[in-house]
Write a protein that binds this ligand. Structure first.
Ligand code: HEC
Length: 623
C-alpha cells in the first residue's frame, strides 16, 4: 500500500467516522423526538387498554372513537369524572383522565365559545306569557304525537314545497336528541353538553341559554299559568336531577334529585298535569355490568311525582316493589343482586278520565326476574299505587355484559332485551272502548283495554324485532289509524333470517290490521357506520301527513292516506349554521320531528350504537 493510498484510506475512515458521528447524533435526536411524544403514546396506551375494547371494538352501544373525537376535552373529562364513564374511568388518576381526554378530543374547549356569542339574537323578545303550541314530548297528555291544531298549514298538497330555512349547530357535541318544544316565537331545546337553548323560531338565533350540570336528553316541558300562557320550563338531566326554570328571569327556581342510585338517569320526557310533574327514571347500569367486578345490579326503575311549584317529592313508585338482595355469586365471585332493572324511559301517558298514568318498562338486569319488566303499567296519579301490570315478555333478564360472550355479569339464559321504549298512547273513543297502544322492541304492537286491567284487545307483529326495535321510540295516531315506525336493523342472529320491515306502517285501530306499509329500501351504499333505512326515532303526525326520520338521516313525509312518499330530505350532510360553527347531520334517532304551524323541526346526529354523529337542529318552512 502506498503512502498515498494509506492517506486516502485514513481519509475515508475519517469521513465514515464523521458520517457515523452524524448518524449517531441524528439517531439520538430521533430518540429525543420520540421522548418528546412519549406523553401521547402513554395516552394512546391508556386509550388502548382502558377504552378501546368498547369504543374501537364490538360494543354496539358505545359511540365509536370518531364520535368521541367531536367532543371537547372538557366534555370527555366531565364524562369520565361525573358522567356515564365514571365507573370505567375510576381506575385512572386525574392526570390520566386529562391525558386520555386530550388524546381523544380533536376540538378545542367550548367554554365561552365565540360561536355561541355569534349566534345571539339582536333583539331580545319577551319569552313569557306566550301561547304554547308544543308543550311536551308527546304533543299532548295522551302522547299521540298528533298536531291537528287549526294553525298547521302543512298538508299533503303543499308539503313538496317544504324548504330548509335554517340550521343551528350545538357546539361540542356528537348527537342532537332533545326534541324541541315551542311557545310563541321560541323553541326550547338542549344539548349533550347540558345547555338549554331558547332559540328564535323564525331565524334560529339564540335568545338565551342556561347551563345544567349534565347532559339533557328529555324534551323541555313547558309549564303555564292559569291562562295557559308559558311561564316555566321543566326538564331532567343525565344524573337524575330535575330542574324548573322561570321564563321571566330565565333562572333556576328549584332542582330536585329524584333517585339516589349512582347511575340513575332521566332519558324519557316529563309530563305535567295539574301542577304535578311525572318523571320516568332509568339507568345506565347495564354498562357497568360489563365490568366483571361490578356488583350487578342494584338499580330499580321508578316514576316520580313532584310538585311543579316547589319541586318537593310527592311520591316515588318503583317498578319492582322489593329492593334487590344478594342472589349468589357470578363466575368472577362477585355478588349478584336481584330483582333489578325494569327501567322507565317512556314519557308517562296521563289518563285524565281514570286518574292514572301509563308507562312502559324495560328488561330486568339480573335473575330472578320480576313480573313488571317489559310491561305496560298503570299507576294512580294520586299516589303512584300500581293499578295493573301487563307483561308481554316474561323473564327477560339482560345487561351490557351479554355483548361479550362469557362475561360474568350476563344473566344465565339471557333474555332478548325487549323493552317498551315507545310511550304508550291513550285513545278515547265514542263508539268503542278506549285503547292503550303500545309498541315493543320485539316488533309487536298491542292494543290494551284500560277498563279491563290492560287486557289485550288485539296484537300485531309489525317487525322482526331487535336490540333497537322493532318499535323503539314512539308511534303516532289520529284516533282511527295507528302509525308505527319499524327499525328492524340490529337484530339477533337467530332472527336474521326473518323478513325485515323497516319503514312506516299504518294499522287499523279497530282490529290491528295493516292499512298500508311503506317499506324502505337500503340507501346507504358502502359506509363504515351502522347505516340503515330503519326508523328507530319517534314519528309525528298532522292531518294527512306522517313525518319520519331514519337511521341513515333521511327525513320523509308520507301521505297518511296511503303511505305515498310526498317529500324527502337527506339530513346526513353539512350545513351553514346560524351560529357560525361547523354543522353536520347524521343519524336520526330517539327524538322525532316537531310539526308546528308552517314549520317542521328535526334533530340530526346520534353517535350511539355505531351510528353517525351529528350536531344539528334543522328548521324547514313552507314558503
Ligand atoms: C365497557 C365498555 C366501555 C369502556 C371500557 C369505556 N366505555 Fe366509554 N362508553 C361506553 C358506552 C356504552 C357509552 C354510551 C353510554 C350512554 O351514552 O348511555 C360510552 C360513552 C362514553 C363517552 C360519552 C360519549 C357521548 O357521546 O356522550 C365518553 C366521552 C367515553 N365513553 C369515553 C371513554 C373513555 C375515555 C374510556 C376509557 C377510559 C371509556 N369510555 C371506556 C362504553 C365503554
Amino acid at each position: 500500500m502506498t503512502k498515498k493510498s494509506i492517506f486516502i484510506l485514513l481519509f475515508l475512515v475519517g469521513i465514515a467516522g464523521i458520517g457515523f458521528y452524524i448518524y449517531y447524533n441524528s439517531s439520538n435526536a430521533n430518540e429525543q423526538v420520540v421522548a418528546k411524544v412519549e406523553k401521547p403514546s402513554r395516552a394512546a396506551h391508556l386509550y388502548q387498554t382502558k377504552c378501546a375494547i368498547c369504543h374501537s371494538g364490538a360494543s354496539l352501544e358505545a359511540p365509536k372513537l370518531e364520535s368521541l373525537q367531536l367532543l371537547s376535552p372538557a366534555t370527555v373529562i366531565k364524562t369520565l369524572r361525573t358522567g356515564v364513564m365514571r365507573n370505567q374511568a375510576s381506575t385512572l388518576s386525574k392526570e390520566e383522565q386529562e391525558l386520555v381526554a386530550n388524546y381523544i378530543s380533536e376540538v378545542n374547549d367550548i367554554d365561552e365559545d365565540p360561536a355561541l356569542i355569534k349566534g345571539l339574537c339582536n333583539v331580545q323578545e319577551e319569552d313569557v306569557a306566550q301561547n304554547v303550541s308544543i308543550g311536551n314530548w308527546g304533543y299532548d297528555l295522551s302522547n299521540t304525537r298528533y298536531n291537528n291544531r287549526s294553525d298547521v298549514s302543512i298538508n299533503a298538497q303543499n308539503v313538496s314545497q317544504l324548504q330548509l330555512d335554517w340550521a343551528f349547530a350545538f357546539p361540542g357535541v356528537s348527537r342532537a336528541r332533545v326534541q324541541p318544544t315551542i311557545a310563541g316565537n321560541t323553541i326550547y331545546t338542549a344539548s349533550q353538553h347540558g345547555t338549554v337553548y331558547a332559540l328564535d323560531k323564525a331565524t334560529g338565533c339564540i335568545r338565551w341559554t342556561f347551563q345544567a350540570d349534565a347532559e339533557i336528553r328529555s324534551a323541555i316541558t313547558i309549564g303555564t299559568n292559569e291562562n295557559g300562557k308559558a311561564t316555566r320550563l321543566y326538564f331532567g338531566d343525565f344524573n337524575a336531577k330535575v330542574y324548573a326554570l322561570d321564563l321571566k328571569t330565565q333562572s333556576l327556581i328549584w332542582t330536585q334529585q329524584i333517585d339516589e342510585h349512582a347511575v340513575a338517569t332521566i332519558t324519557g320526557s316529563l309530563n305535567l298535569y295539574k301542577n304535578r310533574l311525572y318523571i320516568p327514571v332509568s339507568s345506565t347500569e347495564i354498562f357497568n355490568a360489563h365490568d366483571p367486578n361490578y356488583e350487578c345490579c342494584t338499580f330499580r326503575g321508578s316514576v316520580v311525582a313532584l310538585s311543579a311549584t316547589t319541586g318537593k317529592m310527592i311520591w316515588k313508585r318503583y317498578t319492582i316493589s322489593e329492593a334487590p338482595s344478594p342472589q349468589g355469586l357470578n363466575s368472577a365471585n362477585r355478588p349478584i343482586y336481584a330483582p333489578s332493572g325494569a327501567p322507565v324511559w317512556t314519557s308517562p301517558t296521563i289518563d285524565t278520565k281514570r286518574d292514572v298514568l301509563y308507562i312502559g318498562t324495560g328488561e330486568n338486569y339480573t335473575r330472578p326476574t320480576s313480573v313488571t319488566s317489559d310491561a305496560i303499567i298503570a299507576m294512580a296519579l294520586e299516589d303512584g299505587a300500581i293499578q295493573w301490570v301487563r307483561q308481554t315478555v316474561p323473564k327477560d333478564a339482560w345487561n351490557g355484559a351479554c355483548m361479550t360472550p362469557g362475561s360474568p355479569n350476563c344473566p344465565e339464559d339471557a333474555g332478548p332485551d325487549y323493552d317498551f321504549g315507545a310511550s304508550p298512547i291513550l285513545i278515547e273513543r265514542d263508539n268503542a272502548s278506549d285503547l292503550i297502544l303500545a309498541g315493543q322492541k320485539s316488533g309487536m304492537v298491542y292494543a290494551l283495554d284500560p277498563d279491563k286491567d290492560g287486557a289485550i284487545v288485539w296484537q300485531k307483529r309489525v317487525g322482526r324485532g331487535g336490540i333497537m326495535g322493532g318499535v323503539h321510540w314512539g308511534m303516532a295516531t289520529d284516533g282511527t289509524t295507528l302509525f308505527v315506525p319499524v327499525n328492524d336493523h340490529s337484530v339477533y342472529p337467530e332472527d336474521a333470517h326473518k323478513p325485515a320491515f323497516p319503514g312506516v306502517h299504518a294499522v287499523d285501530l279497530n282490529n290491528g290490521q295493516f292499512l298500508w306499509s311503506a317499506i324502505e329500501k337500503d340507501r346507504c351504499g358502502d359506509v363504515q357506520w351502522q347505516c340503515s333505512p330503519g326508523i328507530s326515532a319517534a314519528i309525528s303526525l298532522t292531518p294527512g301527513l306522517v313525518f319520519a326520520g331514519a337511521l341513515d338521516g333521511v327525513l320523509k313525509a308520507y301521505a297518511a292516506q296511503d303511505g305515498k312518499e310526498l317529500w324527502v330530505y337527506d339530513t346526513n350532510q353539512e350545513f351553514e349554521a346560524t351560529n357560525g360553527i361547523k354543522a353536520f347531520g347524521g343519524t336520526i334517532d330517539s327524538d322525532g320531528p316537531v310539526i308546528d304551524a308552517h314549520q317542521v323541526f328535526i334533530n340530526s346526529g346520534y353517535a350511539k350504537f355505531g351510528e353517525k354523529a351529528g350536531n344539528v337542529l334543522l328548521a324547514f318552512t313552507l314558503e
